[in-house]
Ligand binder design. Structure first.
Ligand code: ZN
Length: 66
């Protein structure tokens, strides 16, 4: 079981890079049991969605170039 610090760290990393399946599973399992990290996750939901949209736009631009 990973610590809350690990999990919130992974969530933050997920804003910048794609997490592995194992990392995403660790987050999913942890937030099922930990309300503190669940709160952290919902608070960063907006940022995550915004970051996801930004990444998609960036990817589209890269795809157009190649
Ligand atoms: Zn936690």
């Amino acid at each position: 079981m990973r610590s809350c610090r690990d999990i919130t760290g992974l969530m933050s990393q997920g804003l910048d890079k794609k997490l592995s399946l194992g990392e995403r599973l660790a987050i999913g399992l942890h937030v099922m049991m930990c309300s503190g990290c669940r709160n952290f996750q919902s608070q960063s939901q907006f940022i995550r969605i915004a970051a996801h949209c930004y990444t998609e736009q960036l990817q589209k631009r890269l795809d157009e170039k190649s």
